[in-house]
Design a protein around this ligand. Structure first.
Ligand code: NAI
Ligand code: MG
Length: 498
């Protein structure tokens, strides 16, 4: 690990924020958990306690759902003009913009990710998400429908109405972006929300909650209840008065959400795991494909649902590409995320470090060979070496299961047909990428891949306007773009005899 500079001065608002126990946002007030319990959140770079946070549970979720229901049915929110909702969302974006550095540092301290990326990816994406959906608040429309029923004349139209009280459960890999992806479209559509951030990374969502209130959203429209999955999360997913649950996280928990939603048949959308194929054809521009493939897996320490964790390389260039990706890892500055020169930080938690190391051991046991990396990095933080595995077989756990760490398996292929079959041999179907100079081959391959997003000569390009979500066990529904508005609205048909 590179020796680090003296810790930079933190933004004063960050030190203030961390100095007090953080409460939950419930019905417009900041309150402690009904049980009085709290939990600790850690700095993954050191393993030290960062802050104390109220531990929400069933009773808090129940109160928050009641507050959200009240705000949905009474008071200013249901009466608010779309243009007023739009202005509130835009104001919230401006407020985050005014606190950019504070959010970047808080995100890095809580999650571990390099502040370099928090500044250029996480915070700007959150701001842009609120701006984009601010625009949608005034553009959610129904249509008029011609009726063929004989005997009378009818006038029929559809309305798109907010689905109601929404529960949202988010993960720890992009805490602020995930909060924004969930809140912005739900609020644009006129829903009210109970948001549960991940127990590993509740801080930026709680800071965001303060700005939600500062922007002027009515009490109870946004409730933020930190807490654990098995308690607060499960209570939210099962709550009989929640109309819709939106979840991002593991496929395993996604299935529990489906079970929990059964009681009142609440609407469910899921953004789950992946094992995304990244395919390099022999005619690719390797000056782009090699660093692109390294970034595809190592960005965010590999803790991306879209991580390009299965690297398929044509056999004629296999050694060259694998060596290039391995060499790229030698240029990384590995260290605490708060050091501005760091570009690979620690994993989010001890648990995640152990999980990833378990996969490294399993790979070694089954005969995979690490060209580079293969171990954790000793010390107080939760660091794991960036790792490239070769000599892997299709049935190995490291090839089949989501590792969610800086570990890529490299696999040679011969023909475009063969690699499409390899790529689709997964329970997941979230993302995929193709590197080639042949545009026909690029689009033919994109058509064959069973994945919600296919990147061509790029990776991890996201846009508020571009739908994102999974085929197969990677999820249900699409976020971003106008597609996400379907998740947060109901269609009402109105038919009048005239
Ligand atoms: P997780 O799926 O357990 O956690 C995600 C969210 O779900 C958190 O807010 C958590 O509190 C909540 N949750 C957990 N159990 C719940 C339950 N029974 N009912 C309702 N909510 C519940 O993910 P975890 O344990 O942090 O990570 C395990 C693996 O999941 C990772 O190694 C990775 O493979 C995958 N994962 C995938 C993510 C993605 O973006 N697709 C994000 C995070 C994890
Ligand atoms: Mg879990």
């Amino acid at each position: 690990m590179a020796t680090t500079l003296a810790p930079p001065q933190l933004d004063k608002n960050v030190t203030d924020f961390l100095s007090k126990p953080r409460k939950m946002l419930l019905g417009g007030k900041w309150v402690e958990a009904a049980s009085g319990k709290t939990f600790e959140t850690y700095n993954p770079a050191t393993g030290e306690v960062l802050a104390r946070v109220a531990a929400g549970d069933r009773e808090d979720i129940d109160r928050a759902v009641k507050a959200a229901r009240r705000a949905f049915e009474e008071g200013p929110w249901p009466e608010m003009l779309p243009a007023e909702r739009s202005r509130l969302l835009y104001k919230l974006a401006d407020l985050i913009d005014q606190h950019r550095e504070e959010f970047a540092e808080l995100e890095t301290l809580d999650n571990g990710k390099p502040v370099f990326f928090s500044r250029i990816v996480d915070v700007p994406t959150a701001i842009e998400t609120f701006r984009y959906f601010s625009g949608w608040a005034t553009k959610i429309e129904g249509n008029t429908v011609p009726i063929s029923m004989p005997g009378a004349k009818y006038f029929a139209y559809t309305l798109r109405e907010p689905v109601g009280v929404v529960g949202q459960i988010i993960p720890w890999n992009f805490p602020l972006i995930m909060a924004s992806w969930k809140l912005a479209p739900a609020l644009a559509a006129g829903c009210t929300v109970v948001l549960k951030p991940a127990e590993q990374t509740p801080l930026t969502a709680l800071r965001l909650g303060e700005l939600v209130m500062e922007a002027g959203f009515p009490d109870g429209v946004v409730n933020i209840i930190p807490g654990f999955g098995e308690t607060a999360g499960a209570a939210l997913a099962a709550h009989p008065d929640v109309d819709k649950i939106a979840f991002t996280g593991s496929t395993e928990v996604g299935k529990l959400i489906v079970d929990a939603a059964r009681g009142n048949l609440k609407k469910v959308s899921l953004e789950l795991g992946g094992k995304s194929p990244n395919i390099v054809f022999p005619d690719a521009d390797l000056d782009a494909a090699i660093p692109g493939s390294a970034a595809a897996i190592f960005f965010n320490q590999g803790q991306c649902c879209t991580a390009g964790s299965r690297l398929f390389v044509h056999k004629s260039i296999f050694d060259k590409v694998v060596d290039g990706v391995a060499q790229a890892t030698k240029t990384f500055h590995i260290g605490p995320g708060i050091d501005p020169t760091t570009n690979l930080g620690p994993l989010v938690s001890k648990e995640q470090q152990d999980r990833v190391c378990g996969y490294l051991e399993s790979g070694a046991r089954e005969g995979a060979k690490a060209v580079v990396g293969g171990h954790k990095i000793a010390g107080g933080g939760y660091f794991v070496e960036p790792t490239v595995l070769v000599d892997v077989k299709p049935q190995m756990k490291v090839v089949r299961e989501e590792i969610f760490g800086p570990v890529v398996t490299a696999i040679p292929f011969s023909t475009p047909e063969e690699v499409a079959t390899f790529a689709n041999d997964s329970i997941y179907g979230l993302a995929a990428a193709v590197w080639t100079r042949d545009i026909s081959k690029a689009h033919r391959t994109a058509a064959k891949l069973r994945a919600g997003t296919v990147w061509i000569n790029c990776y991890n390009v996201f846009d508020s306007a571009l739908p994102f979500g999974g085929y197969k066990q990677s999820g249900w529904g699409r976020e971003s773009g106008h597609a996400v508005l379907e998740l947060y609205t109901e269609v009402k048909s109105v038919c009048a005899q005239i």
